[in-house]
Design a protein. Structure first.
Length: 563
């Protein structure tokens, strides 16, 4: 027996050691004792995607109630306190109750959609019913306490899909149409700022949506664009933004600028999340007749998420004007990153047609056609919006009242450095749909389409055009309501000369992000999402630089679970 003993003693020792160290076998816990399930890995809310959140909710690792609590706490950490980013105006006092109901529903009958129980932050020009407890003000005290007739079209879709409205985001007041005021400022919210450099310009007008998405103050956010208001804050805040074709998403109930140019779209940390949101909010709405012109079937935009989407495609580069630094004012570092992006796009199998200039490019420098159209539309549509309110405690019922309100409330609406309302005044002076208006509308079609985007797509047989987001990028698409998909491109270098962007904000500044924009014709949103996704997945630029430490909220799901 001796041989057995000498053989089995080391084995017994080995088994004992292995059991203690749990390292000798690839299967964990081979002897079946201390069978505690490993703690689930909870997603980091700085970056958590909608699919990751859904997986955790489905697995029961956390609930939507936990998500609301965590996002509320994250907002509390950085919004007014700490770096004072001023990204969020209001929290939804009904959110926890709604989350609890949606958690029960998930258990009983499963999820309604990929947005079931997902907290969504809305730009404060996207109206929600007052009974829920939130205001819709476009950032202005003139609309505080106002009661809207109903939810906006996109909010109806979000609620039906089971999403939870987390709160309202700060914005450039009245979506930047009030006048020459620094981006990201509103009377109610004050000056919002960027999470990548203290007091840097968040851009606007969907400033708070961009900032909140960039550091995980909400799962996803919505913004709106008339000319640049999703694209620019997506660019400055290192997020993916989709400016949908005008008429793909309903504007019914949104505090308006212009039916010809306004559009509502997602601003999120990835194009995957943006595609999920767009699939839910897109579609016809009888309260917005522009949506009736969209193709009959709303695509599932997540089907566009193909890493090979650029393969065999032709992408044009409209250099003239759009890439002239002395005209755009862009720092040369943007151009350097853009040239690298073109090499990446080629590497992904696309043919880059360069240059592919818009014949109308130079005309945009002098054209005031867009201003004419917007000024007329704003007065007509804002007056309709204000008249349709069930209540407005300020008594403001017209654009003329609004101008007067601002003049009479300078402490809240015209503090030093933020006095201007020349956009309002210019709009008030217009006389409805006159000959000049229709001529400007026709000229916009000529500039943006006939001698613009459609011209160049056809001439060079292109699938899309590509530009850095900062510059004149958004204007040709704005005046004809065409889509833009923007993804992270790069960050200003640490030695960039810091410039001024307003009384309280700087731009450019070290580490402030900038984006890459894909543009196309009407309802090419699906294709543009594919191109943006292929580039985003190849480059993974977003996480190559993070927000400055004080702007990164510390609260995570583990801090709210069981509390
Ligand atoms: C909405 O505004 C009213 C003032 O009119 C205020 O009492 C209320 O707290 C606001 N709602 C939220 C959620 O902040
Ligand atoms: C929407 O309706 C308005 C009037 O109600 C009309 O002037 C406009 O042409 C319509 N637009 C579309 C795209 O159908
Ligand atoms: C940029 O535009 C300016 C002003 O029109 C012009 O003088 C200059 O030649 C342009 N630069 C390039 C590189 O096209
Ligand atoms: C409108 O654009 C056209 C070019 O399409 C231009 O000739 C005209 O001067 C512009 N009008 C105004 C008022 O800027
Ligand atoms: C910043 O550094 C780069 C690379 O060292 C250099 O090319 C550039 O000129 C510098 N810019 C400024 C504004 O100093
Ligand atoms: C949610 C939140 O922090 N809202 C704040 C936004 O800014 C205004 C003005 O400072 C505050 O009154 C709100 O409490």
């Amino acid at each position: 027996m001796a041989p057995h003993r000498t053989w089995s003693l080391p084995l017994a020792l080995a088994i004992l050691l292995c059991a203690q160290l749990a390292q000798c076998f690839s299967i964990p816990n081979p002897f079946g004792f201390s069978a505690r399930a490993p703690a689930p890995v909870l997603p980091d809310l700085y970056e958590a995607s909608v699919p990751e959140l859904q997986a955790g909710l489905d697995a029961g690792h956390f609930t939507s109630v936990h998500l609301i609590k965590a996002y509320f706490a994250r907002i509390e950490e950085v919004n007014i306190k700490g770096p004072g980013l001023r990204a969020v105006l209001e929290l939804n006092p009904s959110a926890l109750k709604q989350a609890a109901r949606l958690d029960i529903e998930r258990k009983r009958t499963g999820k309604r959609s990929e947005l079931h129980g997902i907290p969504v932050l809305l730009k404060d020009n996207i109206a929600t019913i007052a009974a829920e407890g939130m205001n819709t003000t476009a950032g202005s005290f003139a609309l505080l306490g106002s009661v809207v007739p109903e939810d906006t079209g996109v909010v109806k879709r979000l609620r039906k899909a089971g999403a939870i409205i987390l709160g309202k985001a700060n914005l450039s007041e009245f979506a930047q149409f009030r006048g020459n005021i620094a981006s990201g400022w509103s009377g109610r919210g004050g000056q919002g700022s960027n999470a990548y450099f203290p007091h840097a310009d968040p851009c606007g007008s969907s400033s708070g949506s961009g900032v909140a998405a960039s550091i995980g103050l909400a799962a996803v956010t919505l913004g709106s664009e008339t000319d640049g208001s999703i694209t620019c804050p997506s660019s400055n805040n290192n997020v993916a933004g989709i400016k949908p074709t005008v008429g793909l998403t309903s504007r019914a109930g949104v505090v308006p600028i212009s039916a010809h140019q306004d559009t509502v779209g997602p601003m999120t940390r990835s194009l995957t999340d943006a595609a999920i949101v767009l699939t839910v909010i897109a579609g016809k709405d009888t309260n917005d007749n522009f949506t009736l012109a969209q193709p009959p079937v709303v695509p599932d935009f997540t089907k566009a998420l193909n890493k090979n989407a650029l393969k065999g495609k032709r992408i044009g580069v409209p250099r003239r004007v759009a890439l002239n630094d002395s005209l755009t004012g862009n720092d040369p570092s943007i151009g350097v990153a853009f040239e690298e992006a073109l090499r990446t796009i080629k590497g992904l199998g696309a043919t880059v047609v360069d240059p592919a200039d818009l014949p109308s490019a130079d005309d945009f420098l002098t054209s005031s056609n867009e201003t004419i159209v917007l000024s007329v539309d704003f007065k007509v549509q804002l007056n309709q919006y204000l008249k349709a309110l069930a209540e407005n405690p300020s008594g403001v019922r017209s654009l003329a009242d609004l101008i007067k309100f601002d003049d009479e409330n300078p402490t809240s609406e015209k503090p030093a450095g933020f006095e201007d309302q020349s956009g309002f005044i210019q709009s008030e002076a217009t006389n409805g749909f006159d000959a000049e208006y229709f001529a400007a509308l026709a000229a916009d079609h000529d500039l943006g389409s006939t001698r613009g985007i459609d011209f160049v797509l056809k001439k060079f047989n292109l699938d899309a055009i590509v530009l850095p987001a900062p510059g004149f990028t958004t204007i040709p698409a704005a005046v004809v309501g065409y889509p833009i998909v923007t993804v992270p491109l790069g960050f200003f270098p640490d030695n960039v000369t810091i410039g001024s962007a307003g009384p309280e904000t700087v731009y450019p500044a070290p580490g402030v992000p900038f984006g890459l924009s894909f543009l196309g014709t009407a309802f090419s949103d699906f294709e543009l999402i594919g191109f943006g996704y292929a580039y985003e997945q190849k480059t993974q630029t977003r996480l190559s630089r993070k927000a400055f430490p004080a702007a990164i909220p510390k609260t995570q799901l583990k801090d709210v679970i069981g509390k």
